[in-house]
Design a protein around this ligand. Structure first.
Ligand code: NAP
Length: 283
């Protein structure tokens, strides 16, 4: 496994990061919880040290599984979690970046993750109401108390990113062979400012794995039913033109980019983990 420094921080992250969204099972079809936990555990033996989660993934379940799995080797792994998405007892999700909400969320995350510090604490999505500088002030306080080691963001536009660039070490955005919006401004900006770039959905939620065709049916609660990519009738024609095996092309595209610090892949099956590691090692 190769490792990259995340922006100007001291975090040396594996270039394949483990995305723990599907680990919670919530919103993903075909996930067996025992297999998902085994895959997570084994990933460390293959050199992965960078784990990305969020409170919203499985309404706390993903953080809980991650905390339980690695509590005995906490210092050897890098935990990235997030804040800003809250849910109520009916599962209704709201955005909230207020100071009170962040203070509530960090406590809950620390408990679920069984740790007393977070390596990378990331703003998950903008709430379009709280002043971004106020959010940064809250995070600076958490940093000065050593509760978080570094500040990261996700899904912000370039203008907001420009305002806060001196305070953050990374941004996390969607980036894959089919979705390249970040190339127009965010990726060059990160390169210029030495901000770590973390790519999410590198396999376009499985579309680029080569194992999904246009007859694939998602269950009622599968989050991919809301992904516009899966509704694009032309998509499978576009995929036809990409070199096969598709998954090798998808991972190669990101792994060869110097600006990309780590790519986060959700994996809940051991054979998927092993296949991805093998591809990464060949590049
Ligand atoms: N910041 C944000 O707003 C945001 C948004 C989305 C995601 N993320 C982060 O990024 C991570 C990854 O993104 P994602 O979950 O959207 O999508 P992804 O990693 O592009 O795709 C995940 C899907 O790919 C499948 N897969 C992985 N390796 C495979 C292989 N070798 N062969 C066949 N299928 C394979 C997984 O299947 P199995 O489960 O069956 O192994 C899973 O269904 C998340 O876990 C999360 O940490 C962040």
């Amino acid at each position: 496994m190769k490792y990259n420094l995340l922006g100007n921080s001291d975090l040396k992250v594996s270039r394949i990061g483990f995305g723990c969204w599907a680990t919670s099972k919530h919103g993903w079809k075909d996930v067996n919880l025992n297999d998902a936990i085994k895959t997570l555990e084994t990933s460390f033996e293959y050199g992965i040290n960078f784990y990305d989660t969020a409170p919203i993934y499985g309404f706390g379940k993903s953080e809980e599984i991650l905390g339980n799995t690695f509590k005995s080797i906490r210092k050897d792994i890098i935990i990235a979690t997030k804040f800003g998405l809250r849910w109520n007892e009916f599962g209704k999700v709201t955005h909230n970046l207020s100071r009170d909400s962040i203070m509530y969320e960090i406590d809950a995350s620390l408990k679920r993750l069984k740790t007393d510090y977070i390596d990378l604490y990331q703003l998950h999505w903008p709430d379009y109401k709280t002043d971004i500088i106020e959010v940064i002030d809250t995070l600076k306080d958490l940093k000065s108390q050593k509760i978080i080691r570094h500040i990261g963001v996700s899904n912000l536009d370039i203008n907001t990113l420009e305002k806060i660039s001196p305070f953050i070490v990374s941004t996390q955005n969607k980036y894959n062979l089919l979705e390249k919006d970040v190339e127009k401004d965010i990726l060059p900006f990160c390169k210029e400012k030495n901000i770590g770039f973390i790519a999410y959905s590198p396999l376009a939620q499985g579309l680029l794995s080569g194992k999904i065709d246009n007859t694939y049916k998602f269950s009622k609660n599968d989050i991919r039913r809301f992904n516009p990519l899966f509704k694009d009738k032309e998509l499978f024609n576009k995929i036809e033109n990409i070199d096969k095996p598709l998954i090798n092309s998808a991972l190669k595209f990101l792994l060869e980019k110097k600006e990309v610090s780590s790519i986060l892949i959700s994996m809940t099956k051991l054979n998927h983990l092993i296949e991805n590691i093998k591809i990464a090692e060949s590049i």
